[in-house]
Design a protein around this ligand. Structure first.
Ligand code: UD2
Ligand code: MN
Length: 419
């Protein structure tokens, strides 16, 4: 740990004011325009600010392994505000024992200004790599993981503030069992005021069949079973941005699906994979990290926002959801026709790892996800006088043609519905 004086020296060398002033919000500009949060307010707040300790009091009683191995912290970003990026890093340096940080790897995903990243390498432990073209967060994270020297990887978004003792409980759980993938509770940094707000700790990650992520209250039974508020919470899915994973386990499990673009869906793919291939996902209540949640994306999706989300989730459904992918398509019919690239590598990964089925996942990990009732799917014929609407399979197409042709009786069944 650098001494107080060393610290001031390091900080002086970096010249924070110069870094921040070069890209400051200007009077008259819309403070939300560039980052979809209040840039002016973010700049008013010190990079060094204290945040309220939002942990349960009992967390103070816990003791963690003293010989935890240092971790590689990986932060990818595309055009992040300098003030939030810097505060993320400074909060890490302020509130993490130095010997637990192997390095802080910044992956600049082709931001407009290379200096956003480059100037930060003056800070202790900080490294910077830059993509020559926009890759999206998945390939950027793979890139960061590729150069990491620690035995564990710790991923953070570029607009976070870590809280007191955030890292020890995460590393501790992974040290006990390397197949655990663990997340902090994500506190809320308000996008207008930048207030740091405690979020409920008895939440876990859930989703619906359209593969839309949502936070979920624990059920009354699950709550009743939790005698100790510091106990980890098993979660069907992680939010995606903030977690620790053993590096060898990350590599063994197939890292990420590198064909996923820009943003979205990778947390489903990783969560299904971890559970189905022998690991587990946990939220650790005594680890807290604040994050600026936004209402919209501040950056461009070269293929469009929806197309990208569909491509990424469709890849997930096709590789991991077996016959249950039909419910995904029922919820997102638009996805049926969309291209999603080649998935052979991911299918063979699943096979080689001998992962469980999606049915196993539903039964053992997420029994609360209800399967749409068959009755919701209407069956029958659409008929006009003697003709019925029929499908005609087209070569290489998933969506068949429709045509009217003379009705044929199937298994003695009469056409039911009429138009
Ligand atoms: C959430 C996750 C985020 C990711 C996403 C699904 C949390 C707190 N955040 O979205 O990590 O899992 O769900 O994909 O769980 N970025 C790039 N390149 C890009 C686009 C984004 O590096 O092309 C960076 C971005 O600067 C940020 C991170 O990726 O650091 C996540 O992006 P976000 O903050 O816009 O996503 P968020 O928090 O809405
Ligand atoms: Mn984020």
């Amino acid at each position: 740990q650098p001494s107080e004086a060393d610290w001031d020296d390091l900080w002086e060398q970096f010249d924070e004011r110069r870094y921040l002033n070069a890209k400051k919000w200007r009077v008259g500009d819309d403070p939300y325009k560039l980052y979809a949060f209040n840039q002016r307010e973010s700049e008013r707040i010190s990079s060094n600010r204290a945040v309220p300790d939002t942990r349960h009091l009992r967390c103070n009683l816990l003791v963690y392994c003293t010989d935890l191995p240092p971790t590689s912290i990986i932060i990818t970003f595309h055009n992040e505000a300098r003030s939030t990026l810097l505060r993320t890093i400074r909060s890490v340096l302020n509130r993490t024992p130095m010997h637990l940080i192997q390095e802080i790897i910044l992956v600049d995903d082709f931001s407009s200004d290379p200096d956003d990243c480059k100037l930060l390498i003056k800070l202790p432990k900080v490294k910077c790599v830059r993509n020559n073209e926009r890759q999206g967060l998945v390939r950027s994270r793979i890139q960061g993981a590729g150069i990491a020297q620690g035995t564990t990887l710790t991923f953070l978004d570029s607009h976070c503030e870590v809280n007191r003792d955030w890292l020890q409980p995460l590393l501790h759980r992974v040290k006990e069992d390397y197949t655990r993938v663990v997340c902090p509770v994500i506190d809320i940094i308000n996008l207008d005021t930048f207030n740091y707000i405690e979020s409920a700790s008895e939440l876990r990650g859930g989703f619906d069949w359209s593969l839309h992520f949502q936070w979920e209250q624990l059920s009354p039974e699950q709550k009743a079973r939790r005698l100790d508020p510091t106990e980890p919470i098993r979660t069907p899915i992680i939010a995606g941005g903030l977690f620790v994973i053993d590096k060898a386990w990350f590599d063994y499990l197939g890292k990420y699906d590198s064909e996923m673009d820009i943003w979205g869906g990778e947390n489903f793919e990783m969560s299904f994979r971890v559970w189905m291939c022998g690991g587990s996902l946990e939220i650790i209540p005594c680890s807290r990290v604040g994050h600026v949640f936004r209402k919209k994306h501040p950056y461009i999706f070269p293929d469009g926002n929806t197309n990208t989300y569909i491509k990424n989730t469709k890849r997930t459904a096709e590789v991991w959801m077996d016959e249950y992918k039909q419910y995904y398509y029922a919820a997102r019919p638009f996805a049926l026709e969309r291209p999603f690239g080649n998935i052979e590598n991911r299918l063979s990964l699943r096979k080689n790892l001998q992962c469980e089925s999606f049915q196993w996942y539903l039964k053992n990990v997420y029994p609360e996800l209800s399967i749409p009732k068959d009755s919701l799917i209407q069956k029958g014929n659409i008929r006009q006088r003697q003709k019925c609407l029929e499908t005609q399979k087209r070569k290489n197409q998933e969506i068949p043609n429709l045509k009217l042709s003379p009705c044929i009786k199937i298994k003695g069944e009469e056409a039911k519905s009429q138009v």
